[in-house]
Design a protein around this ligand. Structure first.
Ligand code: ARG
Length: 589
């Protein structure tokens, strides 16, 4: 629709002798209550025309009709010039763009982008917060790929530190050699249990010490369990073979478990980084920062950065005993990632409780003069709540990711059975369908909300076949497939179109054509919600089309085939768009 902007510019030159940039021309979709498809906002041009908005609009409208064969007619409502484009124009877009094989895959833009997501700690299984993180990261990566980027999906696993030592210690003390095989537990669950057990035993010790007259602080420091865990960490850092072997063994159990969860969720990574390999990095960057005067040393030897001028405060970057803090490691890892891939952009999908951390991280890298620091972006997202209340993250009462997925699939099964939709399905087909619907409901519900917003996940609402849900869109896809099946029709690139379009046909074509803009927009804003909401509008529009017009019963063969082809194109875009959200669509349900 670019030609409208350039032609409007030309019209303003010709009529009012003013040269304005195309970017100053505001084009909108015509509001539903008016006739037309594209609207030019003409208010700003009255200062050139020195005429009323109505007259200005009419003069511009006449010019456009006279100079552009694609503009059929217009009407003016105050400062809005509503244009109706010809059916030939819409049909040519439908044929040249929507029906082409490349539709929905933008040309390569030569830029590389890294998306880091998930980044769990190995002491506990994945929970609801990770689910939002994983889905968001994977979807953003998929969208960026469709928008023409070269994408590297990464995971930074926190596999070392006091947390995993706690699990290791509790397992050694109380585990009696339990393994995933002996217990039938998923490895991440098993290791998580020992983390929780450590915490329980530790609290008991602290209570006993307090009862014996110690202060809270003394009790925590003197707890033998905590001292042992710290000793274990020291031995790990010293490379003690026994400790390292245990650590490897338990982490491998965790990775097996994570792998199953990721697979079930349908997400993948191209490159995994481990903090055990990166935790010592960053110390040379501290040296560099000291010599460049970006950091300063306090009397106790600790190293800091002063970011008060940036509206932040002083931040510790290296402890007085020379050990790293979280940000030391992240400085080193950022450098490592860049050295590995030389990417133009690097996105960190991490919850908004770390907003401050990433502000500081990016400021430091800019101050150190890393040219690539401008390409760093924290894709911050809000917490997920459940109707029953806030999800907890410490005490082991979290909403577990595997349990949640099981529950979703179970709910999908119950709903589908009650609706009697699957009577002719084989058992295998039924299972596949329940999985698709349950996972589709979960993914869509979490992705349709802007990342920044905190969200309330309501499992029941998410699976409503009539609502703003994944299953509604999946159902629309299956409905189209069934129409195509009955009409014995497959998407055809050269289906001939009728001479005149019905309004709803034109609206549907227009919506399909805009899919490419939706992808670019979602990629620019790192927002799968843009795609999710578009698909909902498209599905609603298709259902309107389906109810307003007859397809299979149309006597005119030309119209019938065209409507079938429009249906097939809609199914194609729905499937492609849902894929950008990591959601599968069924052929029947
Ligand atoms: N493992 C960290 C956590 O669970 C998240 C790491 C995020 N990524 C990063 N580069 N700092 O809080």
């Amino acid at each position: 629709m670019n030609f409208i902007a350039s032609l409007t510019r030309q019209a303003i030159q010709a009529l009012y002798q003013q040269d304005i940039p195309e970017s100053a021309i505001n084009l909108q979709e015509t509001r539903k209550e008016f006739e037309g498809q594209i609207t030019v906002v003409t208010f700003p041009f009255t200062k050139f025309s020195k005429k009323s908005p109505e007259i200005t609009g009419t003069e511009l409208g006449n010019y456009l009709v006279a100079h552009a064969p694609a503009v059929a007619s217009f009407n003016v409502i105050k400062g809005f010039l509503n244009l109706s484009l010809t059916d030939e124009y819409w049909l040519s877009l439908f044929h040249q763009e929507v029906l082409s094989d490349q539709f929905g895959i933008l040309p390569k833009n030569g830029e590389r982008v890294m998306v880091e997501y998930s980044s769990p700690n190995t002491n506990k299984p994945l929970h609801l917060g990770h689910v939002r993180n994983n889905l968001l990261g994977f979807s953003v990566a998929t969208i960026l790929e469709a928008a023409g980027y070269d994408v590297i999906k990464t995971n930074l696993v926190n596999d070392r530190g006091i947390h995993i030592c706690k699990s290791m210690l509790a397992w050694e003390k109380f585990g009696h050699g339990e393994t995933p095989e002996s217990s039938g537990l998923k490895g991440d669950k098993l290791v998580g249990n020992y983390y929780v057990l450590f915490d329980k035993q530790y609290k008991q010790e602290v209570d006993t010490l307090k009862a014996a007259g110690k202060s809270e602080e003394e009790a925590k420091r003197e707890s033998p369990l905590m001292q042992e865990a710290q000793e274990l960490l020291r031995r790990w850092e010293a490379g003690d073979p026994h400790v390292i072997a245990l650590w490897k063994r338990m982490n491998d159990w965790v990775y097996d478990g994570f792998e199953k969860t990721y697979e079930r969720m349908g997400i993948t990574f191209d490159r995994v980084y481990y903090e055990s390999n990166t935790y010592l990095l960053g110390k040379d960057i501290i040296e560099e920062g000291l010599s460049k005067g970006v950091f300063f040393k306090k009397n106790d030897g600790s190293v800091w950065i002063d970011l008060t001028a940036e509206g932040l405060d002083e931040k510790l970057v290296l402890r007085s005993d020379g050990t790293s803090v979280y940000i030391t490691q992240d400085l080193g890892t950022a450098q490592l990632k860049y050295d590995d891939f030389k990417m133009e952009k690097s996105i960190y999908v991490v919850g908004n409780e770390q907003d401050y951390h990433f502000k500081v991280l990016f400021h430091i890298l800019k101050k150190l003069g890393r040219p690539w620091a401008d390409g760093l972006y924290h894709l911050s997202y809000g917490m997920v709540d459940l109707p029953s209340g806030k999800m907890k993250s410490r005490e082991g009462t979290v909403v577990d990711a595997d349990d949640l997925m099981d529950e979703m699939v179970q709910t999908a099964k119950e709903r589908t059975e009650t609706l009697g939709k699957v009577d002719e399905f084989s058992e295998t087909e039924k299972l596949a369908l329940y999985d698709m619907i349950g996972m589709g409901a979960l993914k869509y519900f979490l992705l349709k909300v802007e990342p920044k917003k905190r969200l309330l996940f309501d499992p029941n609402e998410s699976i409503d076949f009539q609502g703003h849900t994944g299953p509604f869109i999946q159902y629309t896809h299956a409905r189209i497939k069934s129409v195509l099946h009955k009409g014995n029709h497959q998407l055809s690139k050269d289906a001939i179109a009728p001479k005149a379009l019905e309004t709803i046909e034109r609206d549907l074509i227009k919506e399909l054509v805009s899919y490419t803009d939706v992808i670019s927009n979602a990629a620019e804003t790192y927002s799968p919600a843009v795609v999710a909401n578009y698909l909902f509008e498209l599905a609603k529009l298709y259902n309107k089309f389906y109810h307003e017009l007859s397809i299979l019963k149309t006597t005119d063969t030309l119209s019938k085939n065209f409507r079938l082809n429009l249906s097939a194109a809609t199914a194609k875009v729905i499937a492609a768009g849902m894929e950008l959200l990591g959601i599968q669509v069924p052929a029947r349900m």
